[in-house]
Design a protein around this ligand. Structure first.
Ligand code: SF4
Length: 356
């Protein structure tokens, strides 16, 4: 049994979150493991990136945290309150005001028959942030100017198809800001944008972090953008978080073979990145998965024990940890270094309790 020692100053915490789906019918339905016992904490004014390939469980985490779906197991704490235990209707409106989400497709997330002004008025009214037409209009213009869309009055009167992709994503950010959130879950917010405007959107999000104290869970398959934007990066594979570290350290000294594989695919202008890493292709087995490490079938360093036991958490340094048998200790105890991790200070994102 894993000891849980949650970071007390974290804003949003996931504790042992799991999500399973039943697939197939008949007498022998199977179980798809989308997420398995994931725990972490997000601190004030902090950006944490979740990096991994499609199907690794990144977006499932965001959807559970924003309560678009219910977890199969585990808990979610917001400012220390157990959100899943609260009365559903009242808790969910107040919670949703504080924890907002931005989606990958800015066009798909906007209603084509509503003006940009309509999109922003709705959350303002729903969360009681404006009364009367004049105040509503002023607040809409204020939000548009905050995300650098000007002239605000003209933008407010347009429809989504009259804006560029980058402008639409800025509208989506403005809509997320409307209720005054302290956390934004950004699910691949720049992956559908032209390369030339991606940095502008990330810079906007960074400015909002500084000005409004917003924390971000930044979900991406692009490990290079995580390095640019995130304070910390956690790597996901097959529903597990397999490594977590400050972003710069993770990029320079990746420990887990999967993290090394991800980084080996990033073009390196200095030519210093080792590219000799070779991993087998293939997808992890998520339906009725076998015991052991989910990366075993692709890992160039696989050992016998990898197919028998799921590796535990090994703390490499303060704020830096990995789940891999190559790092030995912790594979059996399941409580490696939690004291040291919890002493990392406010705002740290920690593997506060990775249950195996
Ligand atoms: Fe590779 Fe084994 Fe580490 Fe898994 S536990 S990443 S299979 S060495």
């Amino acid at each position: 049994m894993t000891t849980i020692n949650l970071e007390s100053q974290a804003i949003l915490e996931a504790k042992g979150l799991g999500k399973y789906f039943q697939v197939g019918g008949g007498f022998r339905p199977k179980r798809l493991r989308a997420l398995h016992e994931v725990s972490f904490a997000l601190g004030q004014r902090q950006v944490v990136a979740l990096v991994g390939e499609s199907g690794s469980g990144k977006s499932t985490i965001a959807r559970l945290l924003v309560r678009l779906m219910e977890p199969s197991s585990g808990k979610i704490f917001f400012r220390g309150r157990d959100i899943l235990q609260e009365e559903p209707r009242t808790a969910s409106l107040a919670y949703r005001a504080q924890v907002q989400m931005i989606f990958q497709d800015p066009f798909g997330s906007l209603n084509p028959v509503h003006t940009i002004g309509n999109h922003l008025e709705r959350p303002l009214l729903l969360h009681g942030k404006a009364k009367g037409d004049a105040e509503l209009r002023d607040r809409v213009h204020e939000l548009l100017e905050t995300v650098e869309l000007k002239p605000a009055a003209e933008i407010a009167s347009r429809y989504p198809h009259q804006l560029s992709g980058g402008q639409r994503q800025r509208v989506a950010i403005a809509r997320a800001l409307a209720p005054g959130p302290s956390v934004i879950l950004a699910d691949e917010p720049i992956s559908m944008l032209d390369v030339s405007i991606r940095v502008g959107v990330l810079n906007l999000m960074e400015r909002l972090k500084e000005e409004r104290g917003i924390s971000y869970l930044y979900i991406t398959h692009d490990i290079a953008s995580a390095r640019y934007f995130a304070d910390r990066t956690m790597v996901m594979y097959a529903g597990h978080i397999v490594e977590g570290a400050p972003s710069e350290e993770l990029m320079h000294r990746p420990a887990h073979p999967y993290t090394q594989l991800l980084l080996s695919a990033v073009p390196d202008p200095n030519g210093s990145m080792k590219s000799e890493l070779r991993a087998k292709s293939g997808a992890p087995k998520l339906i009725d998965p076998p015991p052991g490490c989910p990366f075993a079938d692709r890992c160039p360093s696989v050992m016998k024990v990898c197919r028998q036991e799921m590796p535990g958490t090994t703390q490499l340094e303060q704020n830096r940890w990995v789940r891999c048998h190559l790092f030995g200790q912790g594979a059996e105890s399941g409580t490696v270094g939690l004291q040291g991790m919890s002493a990392a200070g406010p705002g740290s994102v920690l593997p506060v309790g990775v249950a195996s």
